[in-house]
Design a protein around this ligand. Structure first.
Ligand code: NDP
Length: 289
């Protein structure tokens, strides 16, 4: 039986994979949080992998605090780059498949058309730079690895835009959301399903792939969709990013083109509204329990 190791097991994507894993009982699953596999302890990674001996690693762990990364550059680089290099080396030398998750923040945001996997990268913040270094180290150390870039991830697990907006829309009469950053959200459950479609596909094809939900929206439009689907009575105002300064700059346009993952593996890319509706319903059910 093939053993799948999921790192960052308690994050959004790790938690969705745990939910999904019950439908994939042909695999033995190991869910590792940082108490089992601490990626900031670079020396310990190979030892832990030697003990677990996975056949497939899905690396969901990362330093994801985009604004804090501007100050915690070293830690972000250790987790998003150096630890990835160690996992890629180990997997290459142990015939282990590696799926690593990256981000739309490897792009500078100056495009005006959907970004495919060949589009030039030029990160504009520390998080994006460390994730790009991680991608490069990953493919350098393990040419058989698969990297999936995703964007604006949300789930019923963890903290994210959907949960924050839902809470604020119940607390406030109005709120302001930036309307000049364009992309597409990703329901982590859909990404988890995409990963399992790849793993169970007959052919493994290494390289970089893009995955998010279908749709092209701003954060403001995303907030409007949350308000409408959630049935919240709150005025949502669109504002320019210049009115909402943050420590880390964000790309103005980072819409991912998903054609490659769809044609290579037959991955289904759901529209953002239907997935948002599913997630909001699950958040509601959870809060009632
Ligand atoms: P989360 O922030 O929800 O989860 C990240 C996980 O990494 C957490 O479980 C966290 O553990 C774990 N982690 C942090 N530090 C360490 C450490 N030292 N050792 C081991 N584990 C650690 O991220 P998502 O699930 O949202 O993201 C999954 C992937 O998608 C990441 O690669 C991310 O970069 C990428 N991505 C995410 C986006 C987003 O909007 N969230 C957008 C684009 C890409 P703990 O729970 O203990 O803190």
């Amino acid at each position: 039986m093939k053993k799948i190791l999921v790192t960052g097991a308690n994050g959004q994507l790790g938690s969705e994979l745990r939910e999904l894993s019950v439908h994939y009982s042909q695999f033995e699953w190991v869910f590792a949080d940082r108490s089992v596999l601490d990626l900031s302890d670079l020396e310990s990674i190979s030892n832990t992998l030697n003990v677990i001996q996975p056949h497939i690693i899905i690396n969901c762990a990362a330093y994801t605090a985009v604004d804090k990364a501007e100050a915690e550059t070293e830690l972000a680089d250790v987790l998003n780059h150096q630890a990835v290099a160690v996992m890629a080396q180990w997997s290459a030398s142990h015939a282990c498949r590696l799926i690593h998750i990256s981000t739309d923040y490897v792009f500078d945001g100056n495009s005006s058309t959907a970004l495919d996997e060949e589009a030039p990268t030029a990160p504009i913040n520390v998080y994006g730079q460390t994730k790009l270094s991680g991608e490069q180290a990953c493919l350098r150390e393990n040419t058989e690895a698969i990297i999936i870039r995703t964007s604006w991830v949300y789930s019923r697990f963890g903290n994210n835009f959907v949960k924050t907006m839902s809470r604020l829309m119940q607390e406030r009469d109005q709120l302001s959301v930036v309307n000049d950053q364009i992309g597409s959200p990703t329901y982590a459950a859909d990404l988890a399903q995409a990963i399992m479609t790849i793993i169970t596909h007959t052919h493994w094809q290494s390289g970089i792939y893009h995955f998010s939900n279908e749709g092209k929206i701003s954060w403001y439009e995303f907030a409007l969709a949350i308000q409408e689907i959630g049935g919240f009575d709150c005025l949502v105002n669109g504002i320019p990013s210049s009115d909402y300064p943050t420590p880390a700059k964000r790309p103005h346009y980072s819409l991912l083109d998903k054609s490659k993952i769809a044609t290579t593996f037959g991955v289904v890319v759901p529209g953002y509204r239907e997935s948002l509706k599913t997630c909001i319903e699950l958040i509601r059910i959870n809060s009632c329990n």
